[in-house]
Ligand binder design. Structure first.
Ligand code: ZN
Length: 375
């Protein structure tokens, strides 16, 4: 029997592991521990660099222009980041779409995956596992093969055929698990005894990668933040990455406040919206339900308490939308020349519901996944 971390001690280690700390103050730098073994809480970076506009590498046209603000690792990069910010007309006025679906594997996940996989390669990991409804798996498959890391991805058997094909095509092993996202995650975690868990839900480096989206928006708006951000939320990785990114800009004195953050969930699975309406400090688990927005079917988000804190502290809200509204939003985006998958249309579907709250505001909506994924 190999020890839990034996295979992580690769001979080609390029950088020391990143220091991690949980909310209760436990610390580690063992990349094999995907959550705190003492209190089961997610890890955070023990020491994250602060945002410094003078440290932006303006010669680099990817998220690595912010390398000085990310944990120090040699990048594994496919050119992720640097996505356009374009105006889109809607009956409520106009919003700015951040075209995250133009990432190398067609979803916003590539920002986070790039930073996670860069770290795994730097510390000598040879095999990584992940559970995913599709996009995170496809993203891991691409970055793992680029990094020379073997990848196994655990997906619910009902996940879209195109997404499963995309994962397998990049050389990763697809393991289909009967049951929902929760079942795939449970089976995947058993494998973390022998392989590193490249989890987009648990690994704090994933959020570091997502924060670069906020920094780009700030640069694209000429050194300003928008008034509001409307974002689909399952685990809420992009939502939290954006909130953390804007918070870093505020600490640096570059924006006056974090934009009002609005979370949008599917009516079929809305633990955050339910807790928000009830005034609870954290979501309680709900059934996964059935929806065309399969990318945000998350019954209990890992950082649910932080999601609710961000809503409260920024003057945001959580709302839910039905599949018919999502389909209508997807059609509207197609009419504007933008093809996105249903999960990505969720935030646009919420704009009519938020009409009063965002009237006259400059609103950014990240469009997270490509419509090519579900053709
Ligand atoms: Zn702990």
């Amino acid at each position: 029997m190999t020890s839990p971390t034996a295979h992580l001690r690769g001979v080609h280690r390029q950088a020391p592991p990143v220091g991690l700390r949980c909310a209760d103050g436990h610390v580690t730098s063992d990349p094999a521990l995907w959550r705190c073994p003492d209190c089961e809480a997610p890890w955070e970076l023990a020491a994250a660099p602060e945002f410094d506009p003078r440290a932006i590498d303006s010669t680099t046209w990817s998220l690595w222009r912010y390398a000085a603000m990310l944990p120090a690792v040699p990048p594994v990069t496919l050119g992720e980041g640097g996505t356009p910010l374009v105006p889109v007309a809607v009956p409520e006025g106009e919003f700015l779409a951040k075209l995250e679906f133009l990432a190398p594997t067609g979803s916003y996940k590539d920002r986070g995956t790039a930073v996670v996989v860069s770290h795994l390669r730097a510390v000598g990991v040879e095999e990584a596992v992940e559970d995913s409804s599709g996009n995170a798996g496809a993203s891991l498959a691409a970055y793992a093969v680029a990094a020379g890391i073997r990848a196994r991805v655990f997906v619910p058997a009902h996940a879209g055929a195109g997404k499963k094909r995309q994962i397998a095509e990049m050389g990763a092993e697809v393991v289909e698990v009967v049951g929902g996202r929760g079942a795939a995650a449970a089976v995947c975690r058993r494998e973390t005894r022998v392989a590193a868990y490249a989890s987009h839900c648990w690994n704090p480096l994933f959020l570091s990668g997502q924060s670069t989206c906020a920094w780009e928006i700030w640069e694209q708006l000429g050194g300003a933040g928008p008034d509001a951000v409307v974002c689909p939320v399952g685990q809420g990785n992009l939502f939290l990455g954006l909130a953390r990114g804007f918070a870093a800009l505020r600490r640096a004195g570059l924006v006056a406040a974090v934009p009002r953050m609005f979370a949008v969930q599917s009516m079929a699975c809305a633990p955050v919206a339910k807790a928000w309406r009830a005034g609870w400090p954290r979501p309680v688990a709900v059934d996964e339900g059935v929806t065309i927005a399969e990318g945000i079917l998350t019954s209990r988000p890992v950082r649910g308490d932080e999601l609710l804190r961000v809503l409260r502290h920024t003057g945001g809200a959580a709302v839910v939308v039905a599949d018919e509204e999502v389909r209508a939003a997807q059609r509207h985006l197609r009419g504007a020349g933008l093809s996105v998958e249903p999960t990505s249309a969720v935030a646009v579907a919420a704009l009519p519901l938020l009409r009063d709250q965002i009237a006259g505001a400059q609103v950014v909506v990240p469009l997270t996944g490509s419509g090519l994924k579900t053709l």
